[in-house]
Design a protein around this ligand. Structure first.
Ligand SMILES: [Zn+2]
Length: 204
């Protein structure tokens, strides 16, 4: 494969990038000074080498010298460590942070339960939240999962496990349309959805 085809091939693996966009990006990169491709490849290598999953919430965080990591949110003493917002992906944290209304911490599941795709409780960070709740005194768990079949299945599964512990469970109110995503919901809608979260009823 020639260098241009190789670049297009690698770029087209990125989510949402088809071959046409990949080709446009490749030409853009080629038209910049060499310093741009140097700093782009350096940034990619650094991000991959230096970012680990936060030992507490599993969001990405910069690793310390021992190779472990605690993210900025988990290590911020001004954040309410007793309120945990459960999200599917690291990219869901940023939009919630941008609302400016949430002062608690997070738990990133890295996926949703999806029996049809063979994704079960062992494949996502479910066990980890149960362990965490045993060690940290938690007042409230807020579910902010995408309103999809998988999101609802995961919320239901986890709420059944958590209900007996006696922690307040709530779910963001969905001004977010069914089938929509947390990541691409505008700031106001997401802020309102968090504010108007509803306490969840136990399983019948
Ligand atoms: Zn963290």
């Amino acid at each position: 494969m020639n260098p241009l085809s190789k670049l297009v091939f690698e770029l087209s693996k990125l989510p949402g990038i088809g071959e046409k966009t990949a080709t446009r990006l490749a030409y853009f990169i080629l038209n910049q000074d060499a310093s741009y491709s140097d700093s782009l490849s350096q940034a990619l290598r650094d991000a991959k080498a230096k970012l680990k999953l936060c030992a507490q919430c599993f969001n990405f965080a910069e690793a310390n010298n021992e190779g472990s990591a605690l993210c900025e949110i988990c290590s911020d003493i001004n954040r309410d460590q007793n309120q945990i917002c459960v999200v599917e992906r690291p990219s869901d944290v940023t939009p919630i942070e941008r609302t400016g209304t949430y002062k608690g911490v997070y738990h990133v599941l890295h996926g949703l339960l999806s029996p049809l795709d063979g994704i079960g409780p062992e494949d996502i960070k479910l066990k980890e939240i149960l362990v965490r709740l045993k060690t940290v005194d938690t007042r409230e768990v807020i579910f902010a999962l995408n309103p999809s079949v998988e999101g609802e299945a995961t919320t239901l599964y986890l709420s059944r496990l958590l209900k007996p512990i006696g922690i307040k469970l709530s779910q963001v109110a969905y001004g977010i349309p069914f089938g929509g995503t947390i990541e691409f919901t505008d700031r106001q809608t997401l802020g309102k959805a968090l504010e108007n979260r509803v306490e969840m009823q136990g399983p019948k």
